[in-house]
Structures are given as C-alpha cells and as structure tokens.
Design a protein around this ligand. Structure first.
Ligand SMILES: CC(C)(COP(=O)(O)OP(=O)(O)OC[C@H]1O[C@@H](n2cnc3c(N)ncnc32)[C@H](O)[C@@H]1OP(=O)(O)O)[C@@H](O)C(=O)NCCC(=O)NCCS
Length: 146
C-alpha cells in the first residue's frame, strides 16, 4: 500500500535517517534549517508504514525548486521514485506553479536518466558545485497549470 504524506519538522529523524542512508546531503541541523524556510514543503512516500522516499521542494511565487529527492536504496528501480515525482508534478500544477527546477551532479547518470523521463531539460551549469569538484546541471521542467 503506497501513500504520500506531508512531513513536518517533528518527523526530522525520519528525514535525517533516509538522507544518511542514501545521499548524505544534510546534517540534522541543516534539515532543521530547511524546515524553517518559508515555502518549504516535504513529501514522504510510504510503502505500508515504511518510509521509502522523500522529496523536499521550495515554492517561491509560481516556481518551485527541488532541494532533495531520494528513494531508499532497497526500494529503487521499482517505480517508487516515479510515483513520488508524478505526485509532486501534479501538486505543483494544482498550485499553479509554472516551473520546477533542480540541480543534479553531472556525474549522476541514474538521476539524469530519471529526470529526462520527466522532461526536465538542462538550462545551466554550475562549475565545481559539489564537494568532489563535479559540476551541477541546472534543470527545468515547464508545468501545465490550469
Ligand atoms: C533517482 C532515483 C530517485 C530514482 O528512483 P527509483 O525509485 O529508482 O526510480 P524508478 O524506479 O521510478 O525509475 C524510473 C526510471 O528512472 C531511470 N532509472 C532509475 N534508476 C536507474 C538506474 N539505476 N540506471 C539507469 N536508469 C535508471 C529509468 O529510466 C527508470 O525507468 P525504467 O525502470 O523503466 O528503466 C533514485 O535512484 C535515487 O534515490 N537516487 C539517489 C538520490 C539521487 O540521486 N537523487 C537525485 C539527485 S538530487
């Protein structure tokens, strides 16, 4: 049974745990900082009662930036990421958001393929963006609002 729930700061431990077990992007302090930003929304994807994916996005006027998107390693390649992305896109469209942005490492070919499937196109590049010196590709998807 798959479900998606809004997550708030009281579930920070769930977020930090999934992050630590996947891409190790933020410390607990950084997660706390993220939750406090105006316009931040967090979706948790659950399979039964287990959290299998998280998406953090930041809404500013009619645009949104995906700041975190990951699926637990054990549950990858089973369609969970696509389920979460489809939900996110629909929610954004229903909220009259026109564009969705994200940054992804040029070396992350899995994510590249994943985002291409959802028609994200590369609109910029940030050189030496990541700690390992890799470049970030700035990607954009135009949404179909009503
Ligand atoms: C990117 C990610 C979210 C995909 O989640 P997922 O649940 O595995 O995705 P899905 O099962 O819905 O896969 C959808 C499509 O993405 C592509 N894809 C996913 N994993 C892939 C892989 N390992 N290699 C190549 N393509 C892949 C495929 O096109 C796949 O379609 P297919 O199964 O018909 O071939 C997941 O791999 C992940 O969490 N990665 C680590 C975090 C990350 O890199 N986040 C993005 C950067 S912020």
């Amino acid at each position: 049974m798959i479900s998606i729930k809004n997550i708030n700061e009281k579930d920070i431990d769930l977020c930090y745990e999934l992050d630590s077990n996947t891409i190790s992007l933020w410390s607990k302090k950084q997660w706390s900082h993220e939750f406090k930003k105006e316009g931040i929304r967090v979706f948790g994807l659950f399979f039964s009662k287990i959290i299998v994916g998280i998406c953090v996005f930041h809404v500013v006027l009619d645009e949104a930036q995906i700041n975190f998107f990951a699926v637990n390693q054990k549950y990858r390649k089973k369609g969970f990421g696509s389920y979460l992305m489809r939900y996110l896109i629909k929610e954004c469209e229903n909220s009259n958001i026109n564009k969705l942005f994200l940054e992804v490492s040029q070396t992350n070919s899995t994510a590249e393929k994943f985002y291409s499937r959802f028609d994200f196109s590369t609109v910029g590049i940030r050189r030496n963006y990541y700690k390992d010196g890799s470049d970030a590709l700035l990607k954009e998807k135009k949404l179909t609002t009503k």
